[in-house]
Design a protein around this ligand. Sequence first.
Ligand SMILES: N=C(N)NCCCC[C@H](N)C(=O)O
Ligand SMILES: O=C(O)CCC(=O)C(=O)O
Ligand SMILES: [Fe+2]
Length: 385
Amino acid sequence: MLCYLTRTDTQKSFPYKFTQFKLLHAAIKASSLHTPGAPTDTWENQESNSPFILMGSDFKTIPIIDISPLVAKIDDPKLATNDDLLEVVRQLDEACKEAGFFYVKGHGVPDSMIREVREISRSFFALPTEEKLKIKMTQKSGYRGYQKVGVNITMGKPDMHEAIDYFRPILPGQYGDLANPLEGSNLWPKTPSNFKALLEDYLSLVKDLSRKIMRGIALALGAPIDAFEGDCAGDVFWFLRLIGYPVSTDIPESERTETGIGAHTDYGLLTLVNQDDEIQALEVKNRSGEWISAVPIPGTFVCNIGDMLKVWTNGIYKPTLHRVINKTPFYRVSLAFFYESNFDACIEPVECCKQKTGGLAKYDSIVYGEYLVKKVQNNFVDGRY
Ligand SMILES: N=C(N)NCCCC[C@H](N)C(=O)O
Ligand SMILES: O=C(O)CCC(=O)C(=O)O
Ligand SMILES: [Fe+2]
């Protein structure tokens, strides 16, 4: 994909282009192709007052990456420089810079599992409201549990989805006062009976898959392979949302808004979305401001990067605005898994990324847990649970 951007404030213009890389050091160099203050800055303000004018092509589709070499080899130091793995790394780098979104196939999570977790979520959402409210989300439950359509808000507007939110369990006092509002354990419905067991199996698979993709992303950035482990994400905080988007005409007109989830970026490092086949509803905003559809591709996960990765990379990779609008006559189900950093991690631009972006930190450091708590509290209007 080739795009030309002109920096209007300095009158400097430059071509920005990705070529084929075969070796790891070339993949690392790819990150230094990034000129300070260059194209990724358009990502920051995707609305109108960007200092850049886009003149060339922009992404119209979201790349599909077959990550099977990465899944097979990334944990084996002897294999971590294989050509096929480095080709995956190169594709990850390109996708994170161009779109902030990519599909993964060849990820090793069985198709049957991917479908089953959606089906079991669908059967939960089909239960009577009284039944679903038995695991109701409240402030007291640490924001864990079921929320009705319209309870979650984005930019002040009710979202047209119902959901169950699961967060990594937090013991009282585990992170001092930092995690207080999110302390608690998860709420599991009694029916369907295998709900908890199935979702726990799923969670362990997507957690490990995310760890491997983050190893690939570390290499793509020219950072050590375990850069997103240890103090950063070695004790990762995760959460999982089971989401149901009703057919819009099934929602009373007085309560209806246009969006299943309004435009937002995700908060952490990496998100893995398992979306219903054949229902097109997830949209991703490109640099030109067009909404590009993330069409369902059976058996894949839609991956996207989050706010913490932007800070860590000093803006080399930026999260992309996305939203969900279900205009179809079908009830849509998705599972969004969020792989974040350690809850108490202080995320700041790292040296190797600063070097590639002019040397100075473009973002203040953020304590992830503080950021998350604020976000979660802002997602719900007091008393509207
Ligand atoms: N990354 C997460 N958790 N996504 C869930 C919904 C995002 C929208 C949320 N209401 C908001 O305004 O952030
Ligand atoms: O349902 C989807 O496809 C995406 C959900 C999403 O963007 C989110 O929960 O953050
Ligand atoms: Fe999202």
